[in-house]
Design a protein around this ligand. Structure first.
Ligand code: OSB
Ligand code: MG
Length: 407
């Protein structure tokens, strides 16, 4: 502040009161809009965890039984923040793998961050732009700094992001099973747990018959299908059959990086298309909406490169009345806590793939675990930062490699 010279002339006798108001106002402004001193990230640790899933998870591109998760732990201003790299074990969802993420973090993102000042985590994303892609590696580090900033400001991460919901609606994503009956059992279980919508994974040979069985047993449940790029435009006659299941949406039916063919397909289907793999940031979202590639967008923090990019995707969709929802990548509690915070933004109008820890892990690595209410919601923690406490003992036990960097 310190702009007393520019103060307007005052009526004699009222000066003390005005000064007091001025001073109070300055204090409020400083607390609300920064004035925070810049901090330096002085230490970053990356580690790989090996975590077996409670139940295998199968998509059109393959089956996962054990997750390889990279956690990023950043230190600044005497605080510790955590981030998670959400890539798959194999380069099948996107090209990123734990090995590529480790390389990009160790050789680029970490050296570019250590010892450099920042006042807000959102400043850090533009510094990573020079690296093409590798969004999941970027998000792992950026999101750890958001955790630190939220703690510095004594705010829940959700609030720092501009989130408004205190409770978020939850759906589940159910993988391809060995038998249709196994899938029906799982749908039954998740519905009685209270989840608000069911998503099933599909691929050629595991689609129409499966959806038909679900719909004949549960004609009215909110249902959707995720193909993970298993079809092409030549499957159009086949894909038309999906319209009779009145799905909420079909997720990523065509090419993993495609916008144009999806626009063509959307014109032929009454079922809304939702894009996942094809949306890497705000420009993809804007272009997809502009050419009609989809009516809904799945936002994944890793896929779009972190909270700053996710906010931009959210904002562009909200301005165009395109609903978004929060996708999942079989995250540990750390990534799950980030997903919960992001799901509180007002444009997250549909139930996401963010569900209870116990669906994935025998023991999650945070305390408390993420739990879901009988109404199929998660109550958003109201404590500063992540709102869940990383359990160092369990994290250490699951760690298979670790590297530490200091400025
Ligand atoms: O496409 O949404 C997807 C899991 C791994 C890779 C891709 C996807 C998924 C899921 C699971 O659908 C979501 C979750 O429960 O975390
Ligand atoms: Mg998907």
């Amino acid at each position: 502040m310190g702009q007393t010279a520019a103060r307007p002339p005052t009526i004699p006798g009222t000066t003390p009161a005005l000064s007091f108001t001025h001073y109070t106002l300055s204090l409020i402004l400083v607390f609300a809009f920064g004035g925070a001193d810049p901090v330096k990230t002085d230490r970053i640790e990356i580690r790989e965890l090996k975590l077996p899933l409670v139940h295998f998870f199968e998509t059109s591109f393959g089956r996962t039984t054990t997750r390889r998760i990279i956690l990023v732990r950043a230190y600044a201003d005497g605080l510790t923040g955590w981030g998670e790299v959400t890539c798959g074990e194999d380069p099948f969802f996107s090209y990123e793998t734990p090995e590529t993420a480790w390389h990009i973090l160790r050789d680029f993102l970490i050296p570019w961050t250590l010892g450099r000042e920042w006042t807000s985590a959102s400043e850090v994303a533009p510094r990573f732009h020079r690296i093409r892609g590798h969004n999941m590696a970027k998000a792992g580090l950026e999101n750890a700094l958001w955790d630190i900033e939220a703690q510095q400001k004594g705010m829940p991460l959700a609030e720092l992001l501009g989130g408004t919901l205190k409770e978020i609606p939850c759906g589940v994503s159910i993988g391809i099973q060995n038998l249709i009956d196994d899938l029906l059992d799982q749908v039954e279980r998740e519905l009685s747990a209270g989840y608000q919508r069911i998503k099933v994974k599909i691929k050629p040979g595991w689609d129409v018959k499966v959806l038909d069985r679900i719909r004949s047993r549960w004609p009215r449940i909110p249902l959707m299908a995720d193909a993970n790029s298993a079809y092409t435009l030549t499957d159009l006659p086949h894909l038309r059959q999906f319209d009779r299941f009145y799905l909420m949406m079909i997720e990523q039916p065509l090419g993993w990086n495609d916008l144009l063919d999806h626009a063509r397909l959307q014109r032929e289907l009454s079922t809304p298309i939702c894009l996942d793999e094809s949306i890497h940031g705000v420009d993809d979202a804007r272009q997809a909406i502009e050419i009609g590639s989809c009516k809904i967008i799945n936002v994944k923090l890793g896929r779009v490169g972190g909270f700053t990019s996710a906010q931009q995707v959210h904002d562009v969709c909200r301005a165009r009345n395109v609903p978004v929802w929060c996708g999942g990548m079989l995250e540990s509690g750390i990534g799950r806590a980030h997903n919960i915070a992001m799901s509180t933004l007002p444009g997250f109008a549909l139930p996401g793939d963010v569900s209870a820890s116990q669906r994935y892990w025998h023991e999650d690595i945070i305390d408390p675990e993420v739990t879901v209410t009988p109404q199929g919601t998660i109550r958003v923690p109201q404590t500063p930062g992540l709102g869940y406490v990383p359990n160092l003992e369990r994290i250490e036990k699951a760690t298979v490699r670790k590297e530490e960097f200091r400025s």
